[in-house]
Design a protein around this ligand. Sequence first.
Ligand SMILES: Nc1nc2c(ncn2[C@@H]2O[C@H](COP(=O)(O)OP(=O)(O)O)[C@@H](O)[C@H]2O)c(=O)[nH]1
Ligand SMILES: [Mg+2]
Length: 325
Amino acid sequence: MAIDYAKEILEGSARAAARLISWLEDEDPRAYPCMEKLHPHTGNAYIIGITGSPGAGKSTLTDKLTHLIRKKGLSVGIIAVDPSSPFTGGAMLGDRVRMSRLSVDPGVFIRSMATRGFLGGMAKATGEVVKVLDAFGKDVIIIETVGVGQDEVDIIQIADTTCLILVPGLGDTIQSMKAGVMEIADIFVINKADRPAADQLFAEVSLRVEQDNHIKPRSWTCPVVKTIAVEDRGVDELWDAIGQHRNHLKATGEFLRKRRERTRQETLRMIHDGLFRAVYQELQTSGRLNAIVDDILERRRDPYSTRRDILQHWLSTAKHSKEAL
Ligand SMILES: Nc1nc2c(ncn2[C@@H]2O[C@H](COP(=O)(O)OP(=O)(O)O)[C@@H](O)[C@H]2O)c(=O)[nH]1
Ligand SMILES: [Mg+2]
């Protein structure tokens, strides 16, 4: 009998959720029958992205925000993605300590993920984990990630509302900010507002938002919120801003449009992955791959007609490869 984590998760088992997530991270094929069963129970959670430089206060803010959301009677799932500490676990340990009070609350599920550099990518794994927590019944899911590379931009695109955390004096001046980073933000947060340079950064960011709106008018004007995460200040305002953005998305139809686009991308990616895996397996098991590479390397063949031949061959034998799908 296959282990039915889906059933256990729907019955409220955090242990089963954790196990299924490990399978997903390892791309263990046993995860997929469970995910099929969970799919009808997904789509209800609201997804918040918290991004910014290391040390900006993302974990502290996530912790405080989570306490606030819990007080409103909603449950929370937290996914901490930290590509800067792939194997050491240093930053993740820090996050765990910071969120220690939360970890004893059954209404909160915390998962740290480190990049492993596998083919599937972090964004894919994070998207799957979001679905598990969604089906598990979490009302709000917070993804904390360092906002640097493309992988992180992809991760943050999973979120309905993205908060970019900026800090005075961390080199987070508006000039140094890449256009792409500005564009992914729905809400700007100036954290560590206890620092003297906070007002200046606040003014800079506000001006930049105004200018950007002028150049390229958007139906949503990004609010700029000041917080002092360590003192639990400004967190109410942040939660209000998130609520306003959510209302805006729903009222304009943008919410559904974004989710539809995400589903479309995901469906195409899954077809892509599935086909690739099937063809790759066939090449591996038949032992043809090395010979093909030698042929191309020694100019006996070219990669273009080779691709066509491989796909044609695979299609003609596809019925034998059915189990690979
Ligand atoms: N002064 C001050 N320090 C803060 C504030 N928020 C967080 N910190 C501190 O900044 C450091 C990094 O915070 P952390 O939440 O781990 O940042 P992350 O790397 O973005 O997750 C910690 O030592 C926090 O105590 C704040 O509002 N003011
Ligand atoms: Mg952190």
